[in-house]
Write a new protein. Structure first.
Length: 301
């Protein structure tokens, strides 16, 4: 006489579901790690080949000011592009940071009710606009304004920095607003109880306490600005020279890569030099991530 097979209990089903869930999560994490390591290895191997092949020296690449890969005697100095990337990013951060912090304070401390309802949709709208739209607006509005107001043709570092400052506003504002909203209420109440005004509380209690978190937003905004290509490419002029003023044409690492990569042969010295620029961009991304981690460690309220 055959016996009926015992049905699986709820505990056994729970263990099976737990095993499947852990296996799936482990697979996703492992796949992500493999993808990241593969990307780093691919970019690093391509970027380092510029120097291992003997075509270009590291010092010539990083500090050389002449970029002429198609000349009889090719030169692969990437310093103008590195300087342009850093200059545009720093100016954009200097413009956007005060505006973003003031917007976050307005939403969380001045008028947290209707102020947040007014600014939150605007910030979300700015973060969802494609880069090409920013570049087109900069080319149609900012460049003519600079051309009619300041010396030069309008395209240059100033135009690129202004476009980037608007692009990174949502990132810095969102992080700063979250940091201000997470501040314990008793800190502000203690300041008010000691007789401090609202502005004294903001200047001497709120901002110093949330400074690491706010700087995290600034660093994240700079990371986005440093890697932006299309919007800056449309307004900066793409000249392979170190700019001597804010109204001169310049170029960035991302813009020269996007403009030149499709016109080179894989394995050629120029193609390898472009991959070396991509390696510099990747290393700068790691630096920004490291800075964010360091700031997060200090962000203990």
């Amino acid at each position: 006489m055959l016996r009926a097979k015992p049905k699986k209990t709820k505990i056994e089903k729970h263990h099976i579901e737990d095993f499947i869930g852990r296996a799936y999560m482990s697979f996703c994490v492992l796949l992500l790690i493999v993808i990241i390591i593969s990307m780093v290895y691919f970019v690093a191997s391509k970027g380092i080949s510029t120097f291992t092949s003997g075509d270009v020296k590291v010092s010539e690449f990083l500090f050389g000011t002449k970029w002429s890969p198609e000349a009889d005697t090719p030169s692969y100095g990437a310093f103008p592009f590195i300087a342009g990337s850093f200059l545009v990013t720093l100016i954009a951060a200097l413009i956007a940071s005060p505006l973003s912090i003031c917007a976050a304070l307005f939403m969380t401390e001045i008028v947290p009710g209707w102020g947040k309802k007014l600014l939150q949709p605007v910030i979300e709208l700015l973060s969802g606009i494609p880069s090409v739209v920013y570049g087109f607006v900069g080319l149609s509005v900012i460049v003519p304004f600079l051309r009619n107001t300041f010396p030069g043709q309008g395209i240059g570092v100033a135009a690129g920095a202004l476009v980037l400052s608007v692009m990174i506003l949502p990132t810095i504002t969102s992080v700063a607003a979250d940091a201000l909203a997470s501040l314990p209420q008793n800190l502000k109440e203690s300041s008010f109880a000691l007789g401090a005004t609202r502005w004294q509380t903001i200047a001497r209690v709120i901002l110093p306490t949330t400074f690491p978190a706010i700087m995290t937003g600034v660093v994240l905004g700079m990371a986005r600005a440093f890697g932006e290509a299309l919007a800056v490419q449309m307004v900066i002029g793409n000249a392979p020279f170190v700019p001597r003023s804010l109204f001169e044409s310049a170029s960035t690492l991302t813009s020269v890569i996007t403009l030149s990569m499709g016109n080179t042969t894989m394995g050629s010295p120029q193609n390898n030099a472009l991959w070396s620029m991509a390696l510099v961009l990747m290393l700068m991304t790691f630096v920004f991530v490291l800075l964010v981690r360091m700031l997060e460690r200090r962000n203990k309220i």
